[in-house]
Write a protein that binds this ligand. Structure first.
Ligand SMILES: [Zn+2]
Length: 97
């Protein structure tokens, strides 16, 4: 989990620098930015869950309808971190069965 924490720090720095390039792009679209943000979000949720926080403590106020995180993504990262599937995530993919 420490490795994931360190990785998220590096990723946050990358996101900040990608955001800085946004002003130079036409229509402000930086392709790598949304990918990095999505990766950060899912790994961050999984890490906080692994630390014992509940999902609503992590991003209760920031989620817009239709912008929910992928629960199976979060669940798989959580499983990687802790070795077990989170009780709130039921996954029937081949790797989890
Ligand atoms: Zn699965």
């Amino acid at each position: 989990m420490e490795a994931m924490k360190a990785y998220l720090k590096t990723l946050a720095v990358k996101i900040t620098s990608l955001k800085a390039t946004r002003k130079q792009c036409r229509n402000g679209f930086v392709p790598d930015l949304s990918t990095a943000q999505s990766e950060f979000r899912h790994k961050h949720i999984a890490l906080c869950l692994a630390w014992g926080k509940t999902y609503s403590e992590i991003e209760n106020t920031t989620v817009r309808l239709g912008n929910e995180p992928s629960l199976s993504k979060v669940g798989h990262i959580y499983k990687e971190l802790t070795g077990t599937m989170h009780p709130n995530f039921i996954c029937d993919c081949e790797a989890c069965m």
